[in-house]
Design a protein. Structure first.
Length: 91
């Protein structure tokens, strides 16, 4: 999840609850025992029309419109199956 330079939570991602979703993502990874995943926040990715954004590395999968806990759950479900989550995948 991203934030603006200086740490300010501005823009569409913050208005869509990206800060709270970051906490949910970390808790859900822990609950699922997905200890091989690490969460990092980044500065603004300049994809406001698609935010909040979630990126999975090393696969390089970019997900957009990650606006809910349900979206995170669907993406993590796909990760557990070693598959991309087509519904949120940015191409």
């Amino acid at each position: 999840m991203s934030f603006r330079a200086g740490g300010d939570q501005l823009g569409k991602c913050a208005r869509k609850g990206s800060g709270q979703l970051l906490g949910y993502l970390e808790a859900e990874l822990s609950d699922r025992g997905m200890s091989d995943f690490q969460v990092s926040s980044v500065g603004c990715l300049k994809l406001c029309d698609h935010g909040p954004i979630m990126i999975i590395y090393p696969e390089g999968l970019w997900y957009g419109a990650v606006e809910s806990e349900e979206a995170i759950d669907e993406i993590l479900d796909a990760c557990e199956k070693n598959q991309p989550c087509e519904k949120y995948l940015l191409t």
